[in-house]
Design a binder for this molecule. Structure first.
Ligand SMILES: NC(=O)c1ccc[n+]([C@@H]2O[C@H](COP(=O)([O-])OP(=O)(O)OC[C@H]3O[C@@H](n4cnc5c(N)ncnc54)[C@H](O)[C@@H]3O)[C@@H](O)[C@H]2O)c1
Length: 258
């Protein structure tokens, strides 16, 4: 896929499951990368291991300043920004709504919803300027969740945040559609990343029973593999996919088909 060669791609949550896979795929395809994650050490290790031009900056997506600095970094180091994959996110304790501590609820909203808002708030003006000056087109992919498209028992605040991400995505897609910027969301169901291992560890049920519970409503009866979700994110980001905007693409083993 030569579609990403020479493009500058900003990616958050780069040290995690989907993020690492995406960074490695994009590096192989010759993209220039601006990587970010809360965890500095694995982020630096990843950045050094990639065979492409890479800049990185650790930080918390819940802090607006990080988004501003990442866009500035892309502009200073690589002269602009073609693709942003806003992927960093956290889960919540796997419990019914009344048991979610309010501090935890605020943190999930800060990271999963406001993190995406801050990211787009700082990415869009640069992308818009690039289009005005050079007709340079750009794409944003926000990683939401199938929990953003349906209710998700025991994930109420996470589901609310991800519904919000889809609302931001659709609205921004409409607002910037004539500015050469496509904005889509990708909505995975459970995939075998640390996030899901973490959710399983937070349940009171046995791990094997908990995993069977997670895949019961999935027609394919399994978790997604990391690469399968990365593939859909790359499809949404691919500049050749030039007429698709405002979509919430489910990568869900068929959950929403039934
Ligand atoms: N794994 C799944 O089953 C699943 C399903 C649906 C949606 N998602 C979404 O996919 C995205 C990536 O998740 P993943 O499964 O790869 O998880 P992960 O936990 O493996 O990776 C997430 C990465 O984000 C980083 N991160 C967490 N909080 C951050 C913050 N405040 N600021 C900056 N970085 C932060 C972590 O350090 C980690 O490296 C998330 O938005 C998540 O909600 C995951």
């Amino acid at each position: 896929m030569a579609a990403f060669r020479g493009l500058t791609v900003l990616l958050t949550g780069a040290a995690g499951g989907f993020g690492r896979c995406l960074a490695e795929r994009l590096a192989t395809e010759g993209a220039r990368l601006v990587l970010s994650d809360l965890r500095e050490e694995p982020l630096a290790e990843l950045a050094c291991s990639l065979d492409t031009e890479t800049a990185f900056l650790a930080g918390d997506v819940a802090e607006e300043e990080l988004s501003e600095r990442l866009v500035a970094l892309a502009e200073e180091r690589f002269g602009g920004l073609d693709v942003a994959i806003n992927n960093a996110g956290i889960a919540q304790a796997f419990v019914k709504l009344h048991l979610i501590p309010s501090d935890e609820a605020r943190r999930v909203i800060d990271v999963d919803l406001l993190g995406i808002f801050y990211a787009m708030k700082h990415q869009l003006p640069l992308m818009e300027r690039q289009y005005r000056r050079e007709k340079r087109r750009a794409a944003i992919v926000n990683v939401a969740s199938v929990a953003g498209l349906t209710g998700a028992p025991r994930l109420a605040i996470y589901s609310a945040a991800k519904h919000g991400v889809i609302g931001l995505t659709r609205t921004a897609a409409a607002e910037y559609a004539t500015r050469g910027i496509r904005i889509n969301a990708v909505c995975p169901s459970y995939a075998r990343t640390e996030m899901v291992t973490g959710v399983l560890a937070m349940t009171q049920a046995k791990a094997s029973r908990a995993e069977a519970g997670l895949t019961r409503g999935v027609p394919m009866r399994r978790l997604a593999e990391i690469e399968e979700v990365a593939e859909v994110i790359l499809f949404a980001a691919n500049p050749n996919n030039s007429f698709m905007t405002g979509q919430a693409l489910a990568a869900d083993g068929g959950i929403l088909a039934i």
